[in-house]
Design a protein around this ligand. Structure first.
Ligand code: SAM
Ligand code: SF4
Length: 318
């Protein structure tokens, strides 16, 4: 599928729930989000139907996200059914890793190829603070298990937060020395909970490159990846920086999102949504709506003008 700017759209991110077993301070309100009624969210059968339709139209990469995808009951079945779709080349999940030790083996067996893990601190107390109670050792055990069962390559995504984890950058980079793991620093976006945060929390991830002269730029693994990659000479993994605000990657954007309520989002940074759930019973109509909607994917976001989305990431699937 191509949009009207000629961009090939082949990557779908599916949010399977907006519930989560953590309460990261920049993402979730302390009290969590209200559990939706069954009929308000897509059933697994609905998700499978929509995914199948997208794959038949040329989507070849799917990522499951949330909320925390591993808290949705029956997730392994969904993974199994999506994993066997003909034409799907890449199938991944973004998780906080808390339940990964328990699920890694079965996820791999069910057809998941790889995993991204969100991890903002390597210090027990700081991790517990930012996630409001998360246990870091569980994430480490999850990563170890994911590696041992071959859910590779593993990427760690770290949101850089001024005054919180900016002094841990070197520790994160050092992970890439001996482990075949990429660590990617992502700039905090002032959306949802984080929109109320003080300016000093928002730091540019340029500091990663500027302060660690050992890092050498390496070629991107694919042109639509939003990350710029660097490497310490002879290290096993890479260091990525993802800079959604100042450094736009819109001209190469190949992704679209499906929310757990069945809304199609053509751009993460737009409030616009197209309801796919109501057309789920009519396959042809669903196909046409998808094809026509994709054409209207916005050319670029307007974050520089302060036009941020009103929802929390947890409601969209970051
Ligand atoms: N629960 C899973 C996890 O944490 O990996 C998947 C969903 S979470 C919403 C996806 C990603 O969005 C996480 O890496 C999280 O750090 C990121 N995120 C959430 N709010 C953000 C914000 N305001 N700015 C930047 N990244 C954010
Ligand atoms: Fe949950 Fe992920 Fe949001 Fe943290 S970032 S609260 S783990 S959804």
């Amino acid at each position: 599928m191509k949009d009207k700017f000629g961009r090939k759209i082949n990557y779908l991110r599916i949010s399977v729930t907006d519930l989560c077993n953590l309460r990261c301070r920049y993402c979730m309100p302390k009290e969590g989000v209200c559990k939706k009624k069954h009929k308000e969210i897509l059933s697994f059968e609905d998700i499978e139907k929509i995914a199948e339709t997208f794959v038949s139209l040329g989507i070849d990469k799917i990522r499951l996200t949330g909320g925390e995808p591993l808290v949705r009951k029956g997730i392994l079945n969904l993974v199994k059914n999506i994993g066997k779709l003909d034409g799907l080349k890449d199938f991944a999940m973004t998780t906080n890793g808390i339940l990964l030790e328990k699920y890694a083996r079965d996820l791999k067996k069910a057809g998941l190829k790889r995993i991204n893990i969100s991890l903002d601190s390597l210090d027990d107390e700081k991790y517990s603070y930012i996630t409001r109670g998360g246990k870091l050792e569980k994430v480490f055990r999850g990563i170890k298990k994911a590696k041992s069962v071959g859910l590779m390559p593993i990427k760690i995504n770290t949101v850089l937060i001024g005054g919180y984890n900016d002094e841990e950058i070197l520790d994160f980079i050092n992970i890439t020395k001996d482990e075949n793991i990429d660590v990617r620093f992502i700039e905090l976006m002032p959306i949802g909970q984080a929109s109320k945060w003080n300016e000093e929390r928002f730091i540019s991830n340029e500091i990663v490159v500027n302060n660690f002269s050992e890092l050498i730029k390496v070629k991107k693994d694919n042109s639509s990846s939003p990350a710029e990659y660097f490497k310490i000479p002879n290290s096993k993994g890479k260091v990525g920086i993802i800079n959604p605000i100042t450094c736009k990657f819109c001209s190469n954007c190949n992704r679209i999102r499906l929310t757990n309520e069945g809304k199609l989002k053509l751009c993460l940074h737009s409030n616009d949504e197209i309801d796919l759930k109501k057309h789920i019973k009519n396959k042809d109509k669903l196909k046409n709506i998808i094809i026509n909607s994709i054409k209207d994917k916005p050319k670029a976001h307007n974050l520089e003008d302060g036009k941020y989305i009103t929802k929390n990431m947890v409601q969209i699937g970051g």
